[in-house]
Design a protein around this ligand. Structure first.
Ligand code: 5GP
Length: 178
C-alpha cells in the first residue's frame, strides 16, 4: 500500500500531539458557546474525529460536502452535494478542513456559509500550504501544520479516493504527481 509514498511527512505521534494542542486551544476559546463543528467531507473525517474527541466542551457535529478535485489539480469549482443538516443561523460555526491549498474551494464554501448568517465562523485546517494560495480572503484561525508545496495523502487525504486510511500524512512520489 505504501508503494506510492515518497516519505512520511507527519507521523502518528506528531499528529496526535498537535491535534491535542489545537483541541485545547479551541476548547478554551469556545467555552460556553457549544460550537457547530462542521466537517467538510471527505478528507477532513480523520482530523475532525480526532479533534472533536479531544475537545472538552459541549459541541455539535454537522457535515457538508462541497469540493471537486480531479487528480492533483484543483479546479476551484465548487459543487455542494451534502448541505449542513442544521440551521446555522446565530450559531458559532467552526469549519473543519483537511488542507488549504489554493483556498478557492474554501472561499466558495465560506460564501455559502455566510449566507446562513451564523453568529461567528472560523476555520481550522489540519494542513496549510500557503505558498499555493490564490485568494487572500482565507485566514484559518487554527492551523495544525504548515507544509511545503507537495501532494500529500493519508490521515483522511486521498489520492484518487484511495489511501485515506493511512494513519500518517505522506508525500506522493514525484512520478505520480501530475
Ligand atoms: P483548494 O481549493 O484549496 O486548492 O483545494 C482544497 C481541496 O483540494 C482540499 O480540501 C483537498 O481535498 C484537495 N487538496 C489540496 N491539496 C491536496 C494535497 O496535497 N493532497 C490531497 N490529497 N488533496 C489535496
Amino acid at each position: 500500500m505504501q508503494e506510492v509514498i515518497k516519505k512520511v511527512l507527519i507521523n502518528e505521534e506528531q499528529l496526535d500531539k498537535r491535534i491535542k494542542e489545537v483541541a485545547k486551544e479551541i476548547s478554551n476559546d469556545y467555552k460556553d458557546k457549544t460550537p457547530v463543528m462542521l466537517c467538510l467531507l471527505k478528507g477532513s473525517v480523520s482530523y475532525f474525529t480526532r479533534l472533536c474527541e479531544n475537545m472538552d466542551i459541549k459541541l455539535v457535529y454537522d457535515f457538508m460536502k462541497a469540493s471537486s478535485y480531479h487528480g492533483t489539480e484543483s479546479t476551484g469549482e465548487v459543487k455542494v452535494t451534502v448541505s449542513p443538516s442544521m440551521d446555522l443561523k446565530d450559531k458559532h460555526v467552526i469549519v473543519v478542513e483537511d488542507i488549504i491549498d489554493t483556498g478557492l474551494t474554501l472561499s466558495n464554501v465560506m460564501k455559502i456559509l455566510q449566507s446562513y448568517e451564523p453568529a461567528s465562523i472560523e476555520i481550522t485546517t489540519l494542513l496549510d500550504k500557503p505558498a499555493r494560495r490564490l485568494t487572500d480572503g482565507i485566514n484559518p484561525k487554527y492551523v495544525g501544520f504548515v507544509i511545503p508545496d507537495e501532494f500529500v495523502l493519508g490521515f483522511g487525504l486521498d489520492w484518487d479516493e484511495e489511501y485515506r486510511n493511512l494513519p500518517y500524512v505522506g508525500v506522493l512520489k514525484d512520478e505520480y504527481y501530475k
